[in-house]
Design a protein around this ligand. Structure first.
Ligand code: NAD
Length: 352
């Protein structure tokens, strides 16, 4: 076996249907007495319900999280946390809400307790991001890694099917890139393969019966593993492309991951054979890039950049931005190949 480094991220995970009931105990274990509960406006009623259950352990609710953490929202949330004397941030929601908790923690070092309700995986990473004047700046800091994560599949039952599918594909993308990461290792690869398998096999059951708790449980377990590998190893071409497209054309986050993934896999296919074999085992298909495309098509996911707001006139610029600076990728990143990849993704062609 080759030598490797595995960074075990600290953090406690409480998993299972009904796990939310342990929230008061988990806040107490963090040594906190006044939790600020965060959510998006859409999840405000559920966040308020949590606050009511916490009673005097809750300092207040801040239901204003939005995608990509605008600096204005981060400032408002930080002020609110300090005005209310919060000693812990409870992030109830997806990556947008957890991102806001991280923005608070960056300045105050409040411990974060995350309760994910999507599959995007931010709760498992030390990656933070704040958007100022239209530019999202990201970084890593162990201080923003949630200290406790409560995964309760019952909370994901109401996640609309379309969001479920794209959010899960966002998670699978973390695991696929983890399989061929520069710093991949046997442990992260085990988790990545298992994560893809759990999501790929849980998703069709969720789409058929969105309140099937067993299927929801498999998906959330898969999302946990996929998030954990995003936090543990570096990403490559796929994430770079999604960052460029999302940041420059404001394309929706999870949908962009869904459309790009099969094409990024096709681009890297011959250069990352062991990783692709692992993905093929996990997906139970003969060809990983086509397998992921077919899975998403069967689940009704968006398949073409043109359908999620990308202008065709932007493809040249996107290829330029994605190839401007060097970064690790199993296959060298060259402009003509990336332009062809973007063209296939724009039209939503099945990878060859
Ligand atoms: P999100 O948090 O923006 O949520 C999407 C929508 O779904 C919101 O309107 C929300 O209110 C709603 N929603 C969430 N859970 C729900 C539920 N169970 N039922 C009904 N509605 C629900 O979506 P996301 O994809 O989880 O997060 C995207 C953001 O997270 C992006 O800004 C992305 O950059 C970031 N992200 C960060 C990391 C990281 O490691 N830092 C990882 C992944 C994503």
């Amino acid at each position: 076996m080759r030598s490797f480094i595995y960074n075990q991220l600290p953090g406690r995970v409480v998993f299972g249907t009904g796990a939310l009931d342990h929230l008061p105990r988990e806040i107490e274990l963090l040594g906190a007495k006044h939790a600020l509960v965060l959510s998006t406006p859409g999840q405000k009623a559920r966040a308020q319900g949590l606050a009511d259950r916490l009673g005097s352990r809750c300092a207040g609710v801040f239901p204003h999280a939005v995608m990509h953490v605008p600096i204005e929202t981060a400032r408002e949330a930080r002020t609110q946390a300090s005005r209310l004397g919060a000693d812990c941030a409870v992030a109830f929601g997806g990556g947008s809400t957890i991102g806001l908790a991280k923005a608070i923690a960056m300045e105050s070092w409040l411990p974060i307790l995350a309760i994910p309700t999507t599959y995007s995986g931010s709760e498992m990473t030390a990656i933070h991001g704040i958007t100022e004047a239209g530019i999202k700046r990201t970084g890593r800091d162990q201080g923003v890694l949630p200290r406790t994560v409560i995964y309760d599949p019952a909370l994901t039952v109401g996640l609309p099917v379309a969001v479920t599918v794209t959010s899960a594909c966002n998670a699978i993308a973390h695991a696929v890139e983890a399989l061929y990461a520069q710093d991949c290792n046997p442990i992260s690869s085990l988790m990545a393969e298992e994560g893809i398998h759990a999501l790929a096999h849980g998703l069709p059951r969720v789409v058929k019966a969105p309140s099937d708790l067993d299927a929801r449980s498999d998906c959330l377990y898969g999302a946990w593993l996929c998030g954990a590998v995003l936090g543990a190893v570096g990403m490559a071409l796929h994430h770079k492309l999604c960052h460029v497209l999302g940041g420059t054309w404001n394309l929706p986050h999870a949908e962009t991951h869904t459309v790009i993934l099969p094409h990024a896999m096709a681009y890297n296919y011959a250069a990352a054979r062991a990783a692709m074999r692992a993905a093929e085992r996990a997906l139970d298909v003969p060809q990983a890039a086509q397998g992921i495309y077919d899975l998403m098509k069967g689940l009704g996911a968006p398949l073409a950049l043109r359908d999620i707001g990308m202008p065709e006139t932007g493809l040249d610029r996107a290829a330029e931005l994605a190839t401007q600076q060097p970064y690790f990728n199993p296959r060298p990143v060259e402009r003509a190949g990336i332009r062809a990849l973007l063209d296939a993704a724009f039209h939503g062609r099945r990878p060859q």
